[in-house]
Design a protein around this ligand. Structure first.
Ligand code: ADP
Ligand code: MG
Length: 216
């Protein structure tokens, strides 16, 4: 199967001489298209660093990242912006929804910014929120939702552009176990329905058990 993400000899060093921190050292792996993969390791082991680099938020000190056959560090600034917009969705531990917008407007925001047609936006928002079981919450504001519902809304927003890859950094970290298992089931549904490659950082073995594969 073709690799969606390929990482070669990836090294990341933070800081300057005298206070260097080696967060990643010569990391190699490949993730096949359509896989649901967990990245596990203790706190401080470089999980967030790794995710930020393979999602193009940060740059490696050394090594290569190849996504969907394209070498990321060869892309120019403009190409990278388009690449990010079309290829990548990102979910954080904190939900990062905008407080003064309804759930509908929060989820639609990436499409609104892309000047897509209103009826197309609505159709996509309905489809995703139905899959995530929050289609009856669209008129509400974030403070009116539970943590689990807010996180599912944040994932809908990350998916509204139909990205090929969804990155999630400890997405269940702030959720109770029931909300966490609902979210993880949603990730599985997304992968099954859209073929999205899902890469999730977690330090929770139960969360990782929902995945096809675990990278330590
Ligand atoms: P994890 O997500 O697994 O907890 P991180 O990737 O956040 O780990 O951090 C890995 C190591 O890199 C840690 O030792 C952390 O202190 C260090 N680190 C992370 N970000 C920075 C930074 N911006 N500057 C300096 N050191 C950093
Ligand atoms: Mg982290």
């Amino acid at each position: 199967m073709a690799a969606m993400i390929e990482v070669r000899e990836l090294t990341k060093v933070y800081g300057r001489q005298g206070s260097l921190c080696r967060a990643l050292y010569e990391v190699n792996f490949a993730i096949e298209a359509g896989a649901f993969v967990a990245v596990m390791g203790p706190s401080g082991s470089g999980k967030t660093t790794l995710l930020n680099i393979i999602s193009t938020i940060d740059q490696p000190t050394k090594g290569r990242v190849i996504i969907d056959g394209r070498e990321i560090d060869r892309l120019k600034e403009k190409e990278l912006a388009l690449f990010r917009r079309d290829m990548i969705g990102f979910v954080f531990q904190e939900f990062n929804l905008l407080d003064n917008m309804t759930i509908r407007d929060n989820i639609a925001l990436p499409l609104t910014l892309n000047n897509r047609k209103p009826e197309e936006i609505l159709r996509k928002v309905r489809e995703l929120t139905a899959l995530f079981g929050i289609d009856d919450q669209l008129d509400k504001y974030p403070y009116q939702l539970s943590g689990g519902q807010k996180q599912r809304a944040a994932v809908c927003r990350a998916l509204v552009n139909d990205p090929k890859i969804l990155f999630a950094d400890e997405p269940t970290g702030a959720l109770d176990s029931r909300a966490a298992s609902e979210l993880l089931a949603c990730f599985q549904n997304v992968r099954n329905k859209y073929g999205t490659t899902v890469v999730m950082v977690t330090h929770d073995a139960t969360a990782a058990s929902y995945c096809d594969r675990v990278l330590f």
